[in-house]
Design a protein around this ligand. Structure first.
Ligand code: ARG
Length: 577
């Protein structure tokens, strides 16, 4: 795999440094950083290496930059670098270098220049994980969409990703569900709309327990019976879990999200008691006021926040299950990394269990990939008009209906079936993209008009840019033919687009550094706007020969990058819209 421009320039920069008068004073392992320039006016890439070195060497940054630039050999790659501001070094690639790199990328249909990681890991990816018989609300959408996107990216980079839906199938909610099942169940509703019926039961019982303490006590008794292995209750529980899973599967199908496993919380039941014994025996846990706890006395942040792993009544907790889950994932699934895509409110929980795991000698790459909330346009928690939590299934349905209206307006003549398919792609894609184009920690505002707009950083805009590349080949009457001519860049807009496209391999690997799919989204948006500028400046089908071939090649490559990049975010494209 040929190197990216950023890597090539950094290597030349290192060579230049080794030729400078201060070469023997350089800090060991000094790796100069080279980044794409913000504004092409000043060049294509930029480095702050001279400024960083000047500090280390106690020299003037512009003086260091001048020495570096003088020693720099850019032959075959870039023009003589320029110094800007306090000591930035700016590089401008030569047209030939851009053209040669673009030719290589065009040949690499499978990977578009993106290298596989040198250190492939087995990653268990824990995401979505809704709770059975409780609604899967839009809060879960963040976990589902971010987790799925990260999984696609990690796989493409060469990691072995095992996705595991750690559903909450053993919570205290089953006390209420069991009681409701026995007293309030509408069998026919269960047949036709199981999820809604379970939810109705849960809500009604929940309300009843607040009015009537005896109901609450009966619910508790049902839960104790279930946990004690009561056959009738276990049978009902099993049916609830099955029905719930079926309902969830429909949503995942719509979202095009897949799991390798669904080891829910109940899967670990048998492992909890031995785990607690083990933690007691090793001295990591201790008995405190009848409960079994792990204290974190050395850790300033956690010193007054012990984790309870067995209550004084013998019951186990969320943390106990998660510790058993870590054992299983490391021992049975061979995980070297476990990534949890779970909301920010669970931060303390994950700090605690990661700390316990490390004390047990488990050194996987544990990450809590947290995210903020989804707010309504009023900046309050998103609610339906009647004040209920918004249900994911309803959101997706509405998205498709709204996308349909846009298609009807934009392209009413399309065949019925194609319209339906495009509406699904655009509707679902818009909801996903609205999520993934935001930094995950910011609370984002759920706004239909913004997410479905054909302008701005939205899925419809990006898909439309892809459609534009395809329409050129439809008009041409054939697909791109790589043998159809030679590459020759004749317009500045072509250079700009080729540069942007050549940066795909620089961007993709960085997404996992801090789990920021929004950086990929931002990049794709730039590709689309750069293509738009190219499209305005450079007629494609009205020109002939190699110029036409080059412009077709740029359109083809833009289409590939947009389709592939959106694909990594779990968003499909359509040929028309
Ligand atoms: N079911 C939990 C919830 O809805 C999320 C589980 C996340 N995964 C985990 N291993 N704790 O809050």
């Amino acid at each position: 795999m040929p190197e990216t421009f950023a890597v090539l320039l950094a290597a030349r920069l290192r060579d230049a440094l080794s030729r400078c008068a201060f070469a023997n004073e350089l800090p060991v392992d000094f790796t100069p950083q080279v980044d794409p320039a913000q504004n092409r006016q000043f060049g294509d890439y930029q480095s702050n290496a001279a400024m960083i070195l000047a500090k280390e060497l106690r020299r003037n940054p512009r003086e260091v930059a001048t020495m570096v630039v003088e020693a720099f050999d850019g032959s075959g790659l870039c023009a003589a670098p320029e110094i800007a501001g306090p000591g930035f070094i700016n590089f401008r690639l030569t047209g030939e270098a851009l053209q040669a790199r673009f030719a290589e990328l065009l040949d690499d249909e499978e990977r578009l220049g993106v290298a596989r990681t040198d250190v492939p890991k087995t990653v268990v990816l824990d995401f979505s994980a809704p709770n059975v018989a409780k609604p899967m609300h839009v809060g879960h959408i963040r976990s589902t969409i971010i987790g799925d996107g990260l999984g696609r990216i990690a796989r493409f980079l060469g990691h072995r990703v095992i996705s595991d839906n750690h559903i909450g199938d053993w919570g205290t909610q089953f006390g209420m569900i069991l009681w409701g099942w026995k007293h309030l169940l509408d069998e026919s509703a269960l047949e036709t709309t199981p999820i809604a019926e379970l939810l109705r039961i849960y809500r009604e019982v929940n309300a009843l327990t607040k009015e009537d303490e005896t109901v609450l006590d009966s619910c508790k008794a049902e839960l104790v019976a279930l946990q004690g292995g009561d056959a009738e209750n276990l049978g009902i529980w099993e049916r609830c879990v099955d029905l719930s899973k079926k309902g969830l599967q429909q949503i995942y199908d719509l979202l095009d999200v897949r799991f390798d496993h669904w080891y829910g919380e109940s899967f670990y039941n048998e492992r909890l008691a031995p785990l607690v014994d083990d933690l007691l025996a090793s001295g990591i846990a201790e008995v405190s006021e009848g409960a079994v706890c792990v204290f974190f006395r050395e850790d300033e942040k956690l010193s007054d926040k012990p984790a309870i792993i067995r209550k004084s009544d013998g019951g186990f907790l969320y943390a106990t299950t998660d510790l058993a889950t870590i054992d299983f994932r490391i021992q049975e699934l061979g995980a070297d990394a476990i990534w949890y895509v779970v909301g920010a409110p669970q931060q303390l929980h994950f700090e605690q269990i990661f700390s316990v795991a490390r004390r047990r000698g488990q050194h996987a790459d544990f990450r809590h990939i947290a995210f903020g909330s989804i707010l309504g346009k009023d900046r309050k928690m998103l609610k339906t008009r009647s004040g209920d939590t918004v249900q994911l299934a309803d959101v997706l349905e509405e998205a498709v209906v709204r996308a349909r209206a846009i298609i009807e307006e934009k392209n009413p003549g399309l065949p019925e079936e194609e319209k339906a398919e495009i509406s699904r792609v655009i509707g679902i894609g818009s909801v996903k993209y609205a999520e993934l184009s935001q930094y995950r920690m910011t609370d984002y505002i759920f706004d239909w008009d913004n997410m479905l707009s054909l302008k701005g950083n939205t899925a419809p805009y990006l898909i439309n840019a892809y459609v534009r590349t395809r329409s050129i080949f439809r008009k041409l009457g054939s697909d791109f033919d790589s043998e159809g001519g030679s590459l020759v860049f004749t317009d500045e807009a072509e250079n700009a687009l080729a540069l942007k496209l050549s940066q795909y391999p620089e961007i993709v690997p960085t997404i996992l550094e801090d789990f920021r799919p929004n950086a990929l989204a931002a990049y794709l948006y730039e590709v689309a706007t750069t293509y738009h500028q190219f499209w305005e400046a450079c007629p494609v089908l009205k020109v002939e020969g190699d110029v036409r071939h080059t412009r077709l090649a740029l359109s083809e490559m833009t289409g590939r990058v947009l389709r592939h990049g959106l694909g990594l975010l779990g968003i499909r494209t359509t040929e028309r819209m």
